[in-house]
Design a binder for this molecule. Structure first.
Ligand SMILES: Cc1cc2nc3c(=O)[nH]c(=O)nc-3n(C[C@H](O)[C@H](O)[C@H](O)COP(=O)(O)OP(=O)(O)OC[C@H]3O[C@@H](n4cnc5c(N)ncnc54)[C@H](O)[C@@H]3O)c2cc1C
Length: 509
């Protein structure tokens, strides 16, 4: 094996997964170039800059910073020095269309009182939920940290130990019945499945660890928004010698047989020994890799996969401020119907659930003095062709703005000084996201672990995946985990020495 210094890696996409893997690979002696189609870093975790207003394009909840902290520690950096992280309390307010609200707090005694206000007999379930999920996370963390490159991984003793807790066919809502009787309290602990673009009534029960993570380890707001994390990663990567080429879409790939040998952009060709794809998996495959080269992930097979929901977005620059929580989640009066409209009927809801980020209450850097920003997200169907967004976007936006009053944001229309809307069709066309499915392939059990596109991509040689489209899945903590898994696989495949500070988890797996 030749010296690892000579191995050249190209990463398609400067999303959080691409940037974190760039940092790890550079630290392990590879020459790394990141090629990004947009003029900014961060992908879905970038910011929208509109005059004096700054918005996060996508993520607004930063959970479980420990994964990124560990990655940065390997390269001698401290996450908390690079990004100003603020833990939120309350973490968020959940408002129920059928009445009542919960201010979710990491303080166990206050949280029990919050639950008791709505459902006195459910208050004791909180501690039982926390201790059972503490055990569940401890069991599953090694599973999520493994690369899952084949059926044989299912024989992994760690997964065998975890199986009894997996309850594969139980939804997270059903699982929560053993702790909470009131459906509103259950929703407070399972709406997080929407972070994966899934319904809590279908999302596997394993994902109860999402709400557990919030209470146990915190919900954070990075000052400047979640995009500040991407910007910090890009800064560190550049300081480590990574070249980041912005505004250069990869238009095609070069192959020798099944081995990827380079990428082609309008500015030229970048040859490589190894290729990492951070771009949206389904879009990258169907547009960059000839169908004939793919066996398991052919166009036909990708078309048959289940995709996550999409999101309808409104970003508002506001005159004045709302003295309301940083995060508010309004759950539809008829949540199950709302979910069916998103997941099965692929139509727009008349009474949609929505989420509002009112970040200026925590972060003065996002708006001019005396102003604030509102970020409104409504989960909607991914693009199936059933909705013509050119005609539907306007009325849907008007209805959502009116519904904001249900979460206490009244009189918004008169106070708007800047506005931008992003529809599922825009996610698809402007952000290159297949069907506008903002959270990638759905996280159903038949599309997880080794059944998700693998970090060492099985259909090609010298091609690796990183980000929400591969194992373990969508959401920043697991995207950073995918960066570590992929970097470990490449380090081992190319014979590069693992630095003494590296985790060695995957290489040893
Ligand atoms: C609206 C929304 C809200 C979300 N909220 C949260 C949240 O609160 N918390 C959380 O943890 N997660 C959240 N997520 C999910 C997830 O964390 C983000 O989507 C994350 O940015 C995905 O990271 P990634 O590395 O997979 O890729 P991306 O961020 O999608 O980056 C991929 C990059 O590849 C580039 N690219 C694509 N095609 C090409 C090409 N041909 N050539 C060159 N470059 C290309 C893209 O421009 C992009 O920059 C949210 C997502 C969305 C969309």
């Amino acid at each position: 094996m030749s010296s690892p210094e000579k191995k050249s890696i190209v990463i398609i996409g400067a999303g959080p997964g691409g940037l974190a893997s760039a940092i790890l690979l550079a630290h392990r002696g590879f020459r790394v170039r990141v090629v990004e189609r947009l003029p900014v870093v961060g992908g879905r975790t970038s910011s929208l800059q509109a005059g004096p207003y700054t918005f996060d394009l996508g993520p607004t909840f930063f959970l479980y910073p420990q994964v990124l902290q560990k990655i940065l520690a390997e390269v001698g950096r401290d996450l908390h020095r690079e990004v100003d992280l603020r833990r939120l309390d309350p973490q968020y307010r959940i408002l129920f269309g059928e009445g009542g609200q919960v201010d979710a707090t990491p303080d166990p005694e206050r949280m029990k009182r919050e639950i008791a206000r709505l459902a006195p007999e459910d208050a004791d379930g909180f501690e039982r939920f926390m201790s059972e999920n503490r055990r569940k996370l401890a069991t599953f963390a090694p599973v999520l940290e493994s690369p899952f490159s084949g059926w044989s991984d299912l024989l992994n003793p760690r997964l065998f130990d975890a199986l009894p807790q997996l309850n594969p066919h139980q939804s997270v809502d059903t699982y929560l019945r053993k702790f909470f009787k009131d459906p509103r309290i259950r929703l407070s602990f399972c709406f997080q499945s929407k972070y994966l673009g899934m319904s809590p009534f279908r999302c596997p029960s394993l994902f109860s660890i999402l709400s557990f993570l919030e209470y146990e380890h915190g919900v954070f707001h990075p000052i400047g928004g979640c995009a500040a994390i991407s910007q910090a990663l890009a800064r560190i990567a550049r300081e480590m010698g990574v070249e980041i080429h912005l505004g250069e879409p990869v238009e095609s790939l070069r192959f020798q047989g099944r081995k990827a040998t380079g990428v082609v952009t309008p500015k030229g060709t970048y040859g490589c020994d190894g290729l990492v794809i951070n771009a949206d998996f389904a879009r990258a495959m169907t547009s960059l890799v000839p169908d004939a080269l793919r066996r398991k992930w052919s166009d036909r097979k990708i078309a048959a996969k289940k995709f996550s929901c999409s999101t309808f977005m409104i970003y508002l620059g506001i005159e004045g401020k709302y003295d309301l929580p940083h995060h508010s989640i309004f759950i539809s009066e008829n949540y199950e119907e709302n979910l069916a409209e998103i997941d099965h009927r692929h139509v727009l809801s008349k009474r949609p659930s929505f989420y509002v980020q009112n970040a200026s209450v925590t972060d003065p850097t996002l708006a001019p003095p005396g102003g604030s920003t509102l970020y409104i997200l409504a989960p909607v169907t991914h693009d199936t062709g059933s909705i013509d967004w050119r005609t539907e976007a306007g009325p849907f936006r008007d209805m959502l703005i009116k519904r904001l009053a249900l979460a206490g944001f009244s009189g918004v229309e008169e106070r708007i000084r800047y506005e931008r809307v992003i529809t599922p069709a825009d996610w698809d066309s402007q952000y290159n996201i297949h069907r506008g499915a903002t959270f990638n392939l759905a996280h159903s059990l038949d599309q997880m672990l080794h059944l998700r596109p693998r970090n060492r991509f099985e259909d090609l040689e010298g091609v690796y995946l990183v980000g929400g489209g591969t194992h373990p899945g969508s959401g920043l903590p697991v995207i950073f985990e995918s960066a570590r898994i992929t970097a470990d696989l490449m380090t081992s495949d190319y014979g590069a020495p693992l630095p003494s500070t590296a985790s060695l988890q995957t290489a040893a797996a």
